[in-house]
Design a protein around this ligand. Sequence first.
Ligand code: AN7
Length: 364
Amino acid sequence: MHNAGLIARYREHLPVSDTTRIITLNEGSTPLVAAPALGAALHPKLEVYLKYEGLNPTGSFKDRGMTMAITKALEEGYEMVMCASTGNTSASAAAYAARAGIKCIVLIPQGKIALGKLSQAMVHGAQVIQIHGNFDEALTLVRKICENFPVALVNSINPFRIEGQKTGAFEILDDFGGVAPDFQCMPVGNAGNITAYWKGYREYHALGKSDGLPRMMGFQAAGSAPIVLGHPVLEPHTFATAIRIGNPASWKTAEEARDQSGGMIDMVTDDEIRDAYKLVARTEGIFCEPASAASIAGLAKLSREGFFDTVTPRQGDRIRVICILTGHGLKDPDNAIAAASEPYTVEPKEEQILELLGFSPALV
Ligand code: AN7
């Protein structure tokens, strides 16, 4: 079936009318990839699936929310949108605003944005403003400006963003024929996405389109873990810059998702994230950005700690876990190269290459 975007696919569940002009890049309907090798490497009871959100048009899950936010901004007559961003929101907002023919302003923390994301915002013609400050400070400024001027705020405090993003849960349930997974693991930054998924899961369940609800497991980076610590972090740090957020806007609804689902919000160290980032790339051939790997790092941590030893699967004999891989690995080439070993450099001579491969030229 032709994918005409998630508003077309889930129109009946979204606040659009027949006359709404839909701004879409045919986002959504991303692959849910079975990850048997990864699952086996973590815990024998696990059946792991990866929701590969990096395959959205601008390379992250933000496109789900942005198709709705830009569509509604246009419908409401705005000619300018604005966001604070750790990178992916700005890339997505810039692309959808370009498609809608409206102006986009992005506020980003200087020097803390992965190269791919910055290049996207720039190439799509957004006005990029770097601040000597962090994401939380940028968001405070954006909120204030959008309150007082005719500019639509397209961060995830915009309820239309959450509406669009909840479709990720619909897709997972549709892929499984209405059987809810046991657990969903995902990174938590500003906490919009965990809020959105939980909303999506609950809505499908209420409509009888799902046989249950997953337990929501959110993971913050240890240097940026306000929800785990129970207080804002003034100077958040982590190499997973997408989730370098110290005071999440959707803090309360993230806690609701956790508590209502019987889940948890925990933290993982940068080393754990880095290991998970390499593990999924090498065992499953899936390249996600560091923040996304927090979901797998969290799953690995729980597996190691014996969390799953006493869990009874909802169905069958294995525990079904979805990890949301929120962004594509190509977003952040610097961290990819830093996490790998240097390539060899040789003369264009067969012997030199054979030597590296451990093949003996004498045998030819
Ligand atoms: C790859 O782009 O906040 O908990 O400004 O880019 O919904 O914030 C990005 C967040 C996870 C966290 N994974 O999601 C931004 C921004 C990736 C991300 C998150 C982000 P939320």
